[in-house]
Design a binder for this molecule. Structure first.
Ligand SMILES: *Cc1c(COP(=O)(O)O)cnc(C)c1O
Length: 390
């Protein structure tokens, strides 16, 4: 076997293959340019069109496009009525935005440990953390694997809680034959460049609830409420301040064009995931992603777990070795409750969530995007095998 790049050998690739990447083609570029030549740069007809297109695809009645996925989470938490003193239950294995959105509204993010197989919030753990102050559950469809929605809905109904599903990883995923997007009270999407489709920055809230829908639109636009029955047509009121969370027409034109390719993107992501699955199937050093029989995975990221007991080196050494080979691996995520802010503010500490901490210490995300060629995928496989086995 050749020498690893980290030991002075020649890297598998001469340039870095990043863990996620957008796909932008000429159609996307013309769609944006067309908007630039027109009258509307922000909040014009493309916003409605994009919202209708995503809502239809996901089977939701309403959609509200906002500036980014974090703003979408923030708006959903506000509209769900999360206020000072309220609690909302989330997984510690997520991006900080999920917890921060609760905090922006004055609420307390309450973590509940994950399942060892799906790496999603464990409904039985959620049950343990419900108190009279609990208002909502924010499950995350980790990596693109939907959470156990039936069980979570049972709990939410029994306890009177709202479900805000953070589906930033899961556009196009399915749960029991239904697309993610209409199965929770509100569903959150992100259009950051590493996600399934991109608008540069962008996010969306999907809902079937008309009251939420109206409130979300108001929240996105400074809290402005217009009453058509008033005598003066310029009249509006701000009963409660909102934010400027608007998404532009330029971005929505890009989003519409990207939506036309979503099924191709998903098919390619699933194909790459199955190539990885097969390549690593007989390696005891690696645990490949679990897929429940009830779901269809959307593979936002491809997360392997290292079987550290079987390895001579740790994750850091493997991570560094892969980076030296120009394979842009990543870690999703460092457990959220271990960040200084959540420890200081909410009293969390190491040892609180054993499953999350074990997973957090052993995962690696391999490059995955619709843009990867078969050669790119093979480079990743070669580099992983060499780094693990040498
Ligand atoms: C990407 C992401 C977000 C936030 O999205 P932005 O559009 O970057 O604000 C929130 N939650 C999860 C789980 C994400 O992956």
């Amino acid at each position: 076997m050749e020498r690893l790049a980290i030991n002075g050998g020649k890297p598998v690739r001469h340039s870095l293959l990043s863990y996620g990447h957008q796909w932008i083609d000429d159609e996307d570029i013309s769609a944006v340019v067309e908007v630039l030549k027109g009258d509307w740069l922000t909040q014009g007809p493309k916003v409605d069109e994009f919202e209708r297109k995503v809502a239809k695809y996901c089977g939701a009645k309403y959609a509200v496009a906002v500036a980014n996925g974090t703003a979408a989470l923030h708006a959903a938490c506000a509209v769900a009525g999360i206020r000072r003193g309220d609690e909302a239950i989330i997984t510690p294995l997520t991006f900080a935005a999920t917890a921060n959105a609760i905090y922006y509204c004055g609420g307390r993010p309450v973590f509940a440990d994950i399942q060892e197989d799906t790496l999603n919030t464990d409904p039985n753990e959620v049950l343990k953390h419900i108190t009279p102050r609990t208002k909502a559950i924010l499950p995350v469809d980790f990596a693109g694997h939907p959470v156990d929605l039936d069980r979570l809905k049972e709990i939410a109904t029994e306890k009177g809680l709202i479900i805000i599903e953070d589906a930033c990883h899961a556009l196009g995923a399915e749960y029991k034959g239904k697309k993610i997007g209409s199965l929770s009270d509100m569903t959150i999407l992100s259009f950051h460049p590493v996600k399934h489709i991109t608008t540069g920055e962008g996010g969306m809230i999907l809902t079937n609830n008309e009251e939420y829908y109206q409130k979300l639109k108001t929240f996105r636009h400074h809290g402005i409420v217009k009453d058509d029955s008033s005598k003066e047509s310029w009249y509006y009121e701000i009963p409660q301040p909102g934010y400027n969370f608007r998404l532009t027409d330029m971005q929505c034109a890009l989003g519409i064009s990207q939506m036309n390719k979503l099924d191709c993107f998903l098919a390619r992501r699933r194909e790459i995931a199955s190539i990885y699955d097969n390549a690593f199937a007989d390696m005891h050093e690696i645990i490949t992603p679990f897929v429940d029989k009830d779901i269809k995975h959307a593979y936002h990221i491809y997360v392997i777990q290292l079987n550290l007991e079987r390895l001579k080196v740790g994750r850091k050494e493997i991570f560094d070795a892969l980076k030296a080979e120009n394979i842009g691996v990543n870690v999703h995520y460092m457990p959220l409750h271990l960040h200084p802010f959540y420890q200081r503010k909410f009293g969390y500490k190491k040892g609180d969530f054993p499953n999350t901490e074990a997973v957090g210490a052993s995962t690696l995300s391999l490059p995955l995007s619709a843009k990867l060629t078969d050669n790119d995928v093979q480079d990743v496989i070669d580099a992983v095998k060499e780094s693990l086995l040498s």
